[in-house]
Design a protein around this ligand. Structure first.
Ligand code: GLV
Length: 311
């Protein structure tokens, strides 16, 4: 059995996968084309078109990340091959910490204090209590639901939203278009953890932003395509004075790396991080890859990606 493995930090991944699947021949982009072609399984993160085009007899694909948008948008993706994606695999804890940091950043006024520091201004703001700081999480999949639970465990009222109805203890769940409007109207910090699909593209547009309470903040560790960037900048307003939107913490962008000339870099109320909120952790992820490949081999039922839905 030949497995094409493609991800950063390839040597550590190759060793870890070889340990779990000693019978497999693991090939990578560094191997000669004739050796790496026609693998039985692909375990890949953002493979190039060239790499995918060489694969004509794959029986299963494991996406080495939570979001399958990049893979599904690759024109060389072999048709009709079942795709499995990583589920949580330790990512949600990392993303949860990123979000908890972001929520506290705004709730405890670190953004304001940073701006005051540049002016050498000593001024204390009264604390808005956690119970008066509702947080909204859009997307209640493996990652969103765990992140919502982590924020709720910190003492914030949490509202979650998904396209279809879901329910989780301790989270006020909303769904559908009406549910989205309901949620947007009452959250002080909005967190985006939806998959990047045609249905979620620009879900945060001018209309959605206008539904948020005055002074709301936004955290996007999900996908850049979720936000209409022009509407975001408009809602933020210019300079250090808070607009309708107080501040934004962004980890995902429509084009990555974020282009050097993007206005997002230098806006004083936008924090940019380089898609670092939820790197794929090796251990649990490799376990899931090995498990998926064994299940493919055994012809077992697997929870696969729906290419039409995009997740
Ligand atoms: C990262 O963005 C992922 O989808 O795993």
């Amino acid at each position: 059995m030949r497995i094409l493995l493609h991800i950063d930090d390839i040597e550590a991944w190759r060793d870890a996968l070889a340990e779990r699947l000693p019978e497999a021949e693991i090939v990578t982009a560094d191997d000669p084309a004739e050796q790496r072609r026609d693998a039985d399984y692909l375990a890949v993160w953002k493979p190039s078109e060239t790499l995918l085009r060489e694969q004509t007899r794959a029986r299963g694909i494991v996406n080495l990340g939570a979001g399958v948008d990049a893979l599904l948008n690759n024109p060389a993706l072999p048709k009709g091959v079942p795709i499995v994606k990583l589920r949580d695999a330790g990512m949600s804890e990392l993303i949860g910490d990123y979000v908890r940091y972001g929520v506290l950043h705004f709730q405890r006024d670190f953004d304001r204090y940073r701006r005051q520091q540049t002016r050498h201004e000593w001024r204390e703001h009264g604390v808005v209590e956690k119970r008066d700081w509702p947080v909204g999480v859009l997307g209640l999949g493996a990652i969103g639901s765990k992140v919502a639970a982590m924020v709720a465990a910190d003492g914030f009222p949490v509202h979650g939203w998904s396209r279809s109805p879901k329910s989780f203890d301790g989270i006020t769940c909303h769904h559908g278009d009406a549910g989205l409007t309901e949620l947007l109207g009452q959250v002080r910090t909005l967190v985006l953890l939806l998959p990047g699909t045609s249905a979620t593209r620009h879900i945060i547009d001018a209309e959605a932003l206008a539904k948020l309470p005055e002074g709301a903040s936004l955290i996007n560790p999900g996908r850049g395509s979720l936000i209409d960037e022009a509407a975001l900048l408009e809602s933020l307003g210019e300079g250090v004075n808070e607009g309708r939107l107080r501040g934004v913490l962004l980890d995902a962008f429509p084009e990555e790396p974020l282009p050097e000339d993007s206005p997002l870099w230098s806006h004083p109320r936008i924090w940019v991080t380089p898609h670092m909120a939820g790197p794929t952790p090796l251990g649990e992820a490799v376990d899931q890859v090995a498990e998926a490949i064994r299940a493919f081999e055994a012809g077992e039922e697997l929870e696969t990606v729906d290419p039409e839905a995009g997740y």
